[in-house]
Design a protein around this ligand. Structure first.
Ligand code: GLN
Length: 215
């Protein structure tokens, strides 16, 4: 199993490190051909407008949409903005793979970033984060902060408005890796199940730290 990390801009290196700590092979994705043969993709945080422009320049917008119609994508912060159905503040095009609407930079300039504890167990770093203003009926809200959804699963895909790659707890990455592994093993062992599913609720934040060094 190999998981790609979109590496056009943003904090892709931290995601590669998190995957490495989980013992998962990571590949930096910079072109459409880099998507060939990977089983899932992470779109990191950064600046969604810049990433969008680079995606369009590289001709990757459509190939990412095609990839996401069959394989899981995990978007964090700017990644969540790129995956959303509708983006405001200001409006911009998006991949429309996840049935959420987001408002960019919605926590305001006064509080550009903050670290909070979610659900008593997940430390969450927010950096100029969007707020998810609408969640589609088929999507599941896995974590909230101040009443707003901050971790949402929609079919194959996962989005967080915070940065799990910047904290020691690997439970959110583990959740995504488990999803990719589940689909990859299904594909490799007939009879194959459907690609889309609404499986059991993943448990958030319960993963123990690995014994390997932290950095
Ligand atoms: N504010 C950024 C945007 O709107 C997202 C910030 C982030 O990814 N940490 O694209």
């Amino acid at each position: 199993m190999t998981i790609g990390v979109l590496a056009l801009q943003g904090d892709f290196a931290a995601h590669c490190e998190a995957l490495k700590r989980l013992g998962v092979a990571a590949r930096q994705v910079r072109s459409s051909t880099d998507l060939d043969g990977i089983d899932g993709l992470i779109i990191p945080g950064g600046e969604s407008t810049t990433m969008l422009k680079l995606l369009q320049d590289e001709g990757m917008f459509e190939s990412l949409q095609a990839f996401g119609s069959a394989k899981p994508i995990f978007g964090t912060c700017a990644g969540a903005i790129l995956l959303a159905k509708n983006v405001t503040s200001p409006e911009q095009p998006s991949l429309k793979l996840v049935d959420i609407d987001v408002e960019r930079n919605a926590y305001g300039r006064q509080i550009d970033s903050r670290v909070v504890m979610l659900d008593g167990k997940v430390e969450a770093v927010f950096i100029r984060a969007p707020i998810i203003r609408r969640v589609g009926d088929r999507a599941r809200i896995l974590l909230r902060y101040n009443g707003d959804p901050v971790l949402v699963q929609d079919g194959l895909h996962l989005v967080s408005t915070f940065h799990p790659e910047l904290t020691a707890n690997l439970s959110i990455h583990q959740m995504f890796v488990d999803k990719v592994a589940q689909l990859t093993s299904r594909k490799n062992s007939p009879p194959a199940g459907p690609a889309k599913d609404h499986d059991e609720s993943p448990s958030v934040g319960s993963r123990k730290e690995p014994s390997s060094p932290k950095s």
